[in-house]
Design a protein around this ligand. Structure first.
Ligand code: IPM
Ligand code: MN
Length: 360
């Protein structure tokens, strides 16, 4: 297969700017490797609420379902963040999209770049050489359990529930990833308190029988929050439930030096969505200062998913080349920096020219 339908959902804030660099770079990949990427754009998030009243219009969902993969920017807008009582919210669009597309596994890789180590507030010797893959369950747990408010009794409820079928698929995926790496899997849970965590442990132990070459260990989430920044190198692959994964992945992003670098993939059986970990960063909207690297590396994960291995490898090399040569946005070098689109164009051009000279 050489032609791919990509749904593009730029979303809110800096989303459109960073996604624009990703599509630019995909076009460069297409030229260099003879692939065609056909982009279809959809509205989502606050943008979609302002225009249609719906954070995930039916048309957008349809575009996603008909695509080979979804490229997503960011959602969120100050007019909602400052109003937690708003009934219609941008986040609902993203949660519904994850559920509708069955994107049960959110994968967040975390690595340090040699030239950026000193950007992290953590000590060099603590973080240098960190290489972690976080597998976060994405379509169940407390995010999707029944929620209601009993005004009369003065209670609010968010039910956290899991069954075996919601746990097993992502656990298998995490074991398989560990097999390709340093063969260590850590389940992060709260099994000393929560029944759902005890079920996760049970299912993990059973599944472990099928992966005897992988060492499985368990860590309570409070301790894990500490261990992640005390000694991140002890981790290889982490698997965890929806909300713990949300929290520890933001924490872990500090290790990389800038949240503007971190990509993610959300994978289901039929479709997959790729988005930077950072949010919509409304203060930077339209200023051309957003770091496009997280979106671009999410695009590299998309190329992995589409099994375009060489192209994915090329893209990652090109990003590393840009970073190591200080062709970066202001978050990474305040003394000398380039705009969002300059960094994107630099990477796109590097892909085109280095591929050409390779073949000539
Ligand atoms: C994330 C975000 C979302 C989440 C929000 C925007 C609903 O924080 O992707 O981590 O909590 O899953
Ligand atoms: Mn989050």
């Amino acid at each position: 297969k050489t032609s791919f339908k990509i749904a593009v959902l730029p979303g809110d804030g800096i989303g459109p700017e960073v996604v624009n660099e990703s599509t630019k770079i995909l076009n460069a990949i297409g030229e260099a490797f003879n692939y065609t990427f056909e982009f279809t754009y959809g509205l989502m998030g606050a943008e979609a609420i302002f225009k249609t009243g719906n954070p995930l219009p039916e048309e957008t969902l349809q575009i996603c379902k008909e695509s080979d993969a979804v490229l997503f920017g960011a959602i969120g807008d100050p007019s909602f963040d400052n109003n937690p009582d708003a009934k219609v919210r941008p986040e609902q669009g993203l949660l519904k999209l994850r559920k509708e597309l069955g994107l049960f596994a959110n994968i967040r890789p975390l690595k340090t770049y040699a030239s950026l180590i000193d950007k992290s507030p953590l000590k060099r010797e603590v973080i240098e050489g960190t290489d972690i893959q976080i597998f976060r369950e994405l379509v169940s747990g407390i995010y999707f359990g029944e929620k209601f408010t009993d005004e009369e009794a003065g209670y609010a409820y968010d039910i956290c529930k899991y069954n075996r079928d919601e746990i097993a698929p992502i656990v298998h995926m995490a074991f398989q990833e560990a097999q390709k790496r340093r063969k260590k899997l850590t389940l992060i849970d709260k099994a000393n308190v929560l029944d759902t965590s005890r079920l996760w442990r049970k299912v993990c132990k059973e599944i472990a029988q099928e992966y005897p070459d992988v060492e499985l260990d368990f860590m309570f989430v409070d301790n894990a929050a500490m261990q992640l920044i005390l000694n991140p190198k002890q981790f290889d692959v982490i698997v965890t439930e929806n909300m713990f994964g949300d929290i520890i992945s933001d924490e872990a992003s500090v290790i990389g030096g800038s949240i503007g670098l971190l990509p993610s993939a959300s994978i289901g059986n039929e479709n997959a969505l790729f988005e930077p970990i950072h949010g919509s960063y409304p203060q930077a909207k339209g200023k051309g200062i957003a770091n496009p690297v997280a979106s671009v590396l999410s695009t590299a994960m998309m190329l992995d998913y589409l099994e375009l291995d060489q192209a994915a490898e090329k893209l990652r090399q090109s990003v590393e080349y840009a970073i190591e040569n200080k062709y970066v946005t202001v978050d990474l070098n305040a003394d000398q920096y380039y705009s969002t689109s300059e960094v994107g164009s630099f990477i796109a051009d590097y892909i085109k020219y280095s591929e050409k000279s390779y073949y000539n």
